[in-house]
Design a protein around this ligand. Structure first.
Ligand code: G6P
Length: 609
């Protein structure tokens, strides 16, 4: 992924570039860098390994001046996390380029460039791109034409921005995959990977389309499409708040976002329920027509959003809708026999996950009843590309590990199951019962947050562990998967989730007194089955940590620790049982001393394949 920001201003540009990087840091924070065209017409570059704060410090020592510049925050794909691999990359001391994405044919291009006498100072695919633009300039092409010629030769998915020392006041940007936005204010022009970076200067933005090349010269900006024709792109006005999220009383954004969940779900539900009824228009103006044509649902998502999809599968199948769930990176490369009446549901906090976007494109090509995205960012690519959108309205989520957007996405998916249940002959009594339970969600979430002290105590047991097993059954198996993912992501403890009934087919071999086994154990139809599975663990010396309600009927003992969850209706239990597992991973991460909000090697939004 990575974040790109660039500016052609009439005054100093470095402040905007640095603030832009801070706002894009969620996309990757392995290293960061900036290039400015100095008042003397030279490229001045500063790069630093680590978070944007490191670059900031370096710039404090040696400030850069100029009105034209580009900057980048990196999530390493090709080449290790080193300063030479950090962007911007420079060719011949005169041409600088930043790139977001992946260039697949970089090796063959590199060979040709070596043969042409160019040398390399990094292991990145991006250096190949800047060299290629340079070669076209050498052949007499103008900067924008050289960029166009280059992108025509590249395979992959990327967006980029380029400046040339000899042309202060000029910046060329191009998109062939990940989004790139243009903003304009008071005769100044800006580019950025997302709107957050533009908000300090403008709310108005244009989105480049694939194949577009934007040529900014001073106050002017000309966009040409893939065919080289002048293109006019719609000017959108962002409704997002320009403030960056504040930590307030909390130590980490993840902690804050866990505690925001009662409010987040209340905001998700706001205006979506009327009495005991779900308002169908919450999904978009074409909801009725598309839902009428829906015979089955295909859910596609990644990471935590995928887990929300797995929970929804239980709800949708319960109301009689056949449902498949698949991770987007697999879906996009499989053959799918077209099935009439398929509603494709993508789930994505960011709305920018490259694999999910590509999978939606692939699904749409096959002819479907329609597409729906469950998303938290209204100005995102998935919202633009989908027929219907259900916005979760949680406010920005900063912590890399998704929390509030997961519970809000699940809440939205439960509403979807209800809306579709009407068409399956479920009576109004069913809907009104579930809606009554949904209305209790904010209070029930508040109550489960009260378990934090007990969970912090249990977390101490995990501090020195290398592995953990998470178990669940039915709709709580995906919750166990999410619990394991959270622990992996932020505490770096290897954690696996299993449907408890599968234990005896392998993972039981791992169980001994050193392996903590966490089970999601509400009192539901499968509780007796789960109990037998857990007895198998105890019999092998395993230490159990059970999230259970009083009705589950467990008894605490030396090897069984019970973390009691207040009883909730089974319709909403997966949403509620998510929270204690989030708290567990958070408190284990505190003990391990990891960077909770920016865990190593990860990023919030994955805009590369
Ligand atoms: C990244 C994040 C995860 C997130 C996943 C999918 O891997 O670190 O927290 O679940 O992307 O992101 P999306 O924005 O599509 O929900």
């Amino acid at each position: 992924m990575c974040g790109i920001v660039g500016a052609v201003r009439t005054s100093e540009a470095s402040g905007f570039l640095l603030e832009g990087l801070r706002r894009l840091e969620y996309r990757g924070y392995d290293s960061a860098g900036v290039v400015m065209i100095s008042p003397g017409g030279e490229l001045e570059r500063t790069r630093a390994v680590g978070k944007v704060g490191e670059l900031e410090q370096a710039l404090r020592q040696k400030p850069l001046e100029g009105t034209t510049g580009i900057a980048h925050t990196r999530w390493a794909t090709h080449g290790g996390v080193t300063e030479p691999n950090a962007h911007p990359h420079i060719c011949n001391g005169t041409l600088a380029l930043v790139c977001n994405g992946i260039v697949e044919n970089h090796e063959s291009l590199r060979d040709n460039q070596r043969a042409a006498g160019l040398s390399f100072s990094s292991e990145t695919d991006t250096e190949v791109v800047v060299h290629q633009v340079y070669l076209h300039l050498q052949n007499g092409l103008d900067l924008a034409e050289a960029v166009r010629a280059t992108i025509a030769e590249l395979h992959g998915s990327f967006s980029l921005a380029v400046v040339h020392a000899g042309e202060p006041g000029r910046l060329v940007a191009a998109r062939q995959g990940p989004p790139l936005l243009l903003g304009r204010a008071d005769g100044e022009n800006f580019v950025a990977s997302d709107i957050n970076a533009l908000l300090p200067v403008t709310r108005e933005y244009q989105v480049l389309e694939n194949g577009d090349v934007a040529d900014i010269r001073g106050t002017e900006c000309l966009i040409r499409d893939r065919a080289g024709e002048i293109a006019v792109r719609t000017v959108h006005t962002s409704t997002q708040s320009g403030d960056s999220a504040e930590l307030g009383e909390y130590r980490h954004f993840m902690q804050k976002e866990i505690h925001e969940q009662p409010r987040a779900v209340a905001d998700t539900l706001e205006g979506r329920l009327l009495g005991d009824h779900v308002l169908e228009e919450s999904f978009g103006s074409r909801a009725q027509e598309i839902f009428d044509a829906t015979r089955q649902v295909q859910i596609i998502a990644c990471g935590t959003s995928y887990h929300a999809g797995l929970v929804a599968q239980h709800w949708l199948e319960y109301v009689g809708i056949p449902c498949e769930v698949e991770v987007a990176s697999e879906y996009r490369y499989r053959r799918h026999p077209a099935r009439k009446g398929t509603l494709v549901v993508t789930i994505s906090q960011s709305g920018e996950t490259a694999d999910t976007l590509a999978a939606l494109e692939e699904a749409t090509r096959q002819g479907i009843a329609g597409s729906l995205v469950i998303c938290n960012v209204s100005e995102s690519s998935l919202v633009r590309e989908s027929d219907l959108a259900f916005m979760t309205h949680c406010g920005p989520e900063v912590g890399v590990a998704s929390t509030k957007t997961f519970v809000s996405a699940m809440s939205g998916l439960l509403l979807l199951a209800l809306v579709l249940s009407r068409r399956q002959g479920f009576d109004a009594g069913f809907e009104s019962h579930v809606v009554r339970q949904i209305r209790t969600l904010p209070t029930a979430l508040e109550s489960v947050l009260g378990m934090e002290d007990a969970i912090a105590d249990v977390a101490k047991v995990f501090g020195d562990k290398e592995h953990a097993l998470f178990l669940g059954r039915g709709a709580h198996f995906p919750i166990a998967m999410e619990g394991a993912l959270k622990l992996k992501e932020i505490s770096y403890i290897h954690a696996e989730a299993y449907p408890a009934g599968e234990l005896k087919h392998g993972p039981l071999a791992l169980v001994d007194e050193k392996m903590p086994v966490v089970a999601v154990a509400p009192n539901d139809l499968l509780i007796e089955k789960l109990k037998s599975n857990l007895e198998e663990v105890r019999a092998r010396g395993g230490r159990l940590f059970l999230f259970a309600d009083p009705g589950s009927g467990f008894v605490e003992s030396e090897d069984v620790r019970i973390l009691q969850v207040a009883p909730v209706d089974s319709a909403i239990a997966p949403i509620i049982y998510t929270v204690p597992l989030q708290l567990l991973s958070y408190h284990v991460a505190l003990i391990k001393g990891t960077d909770v909000d920016k865990p190593r090697n990860l990023a919030k939004s994955v805009t590369v394949e």
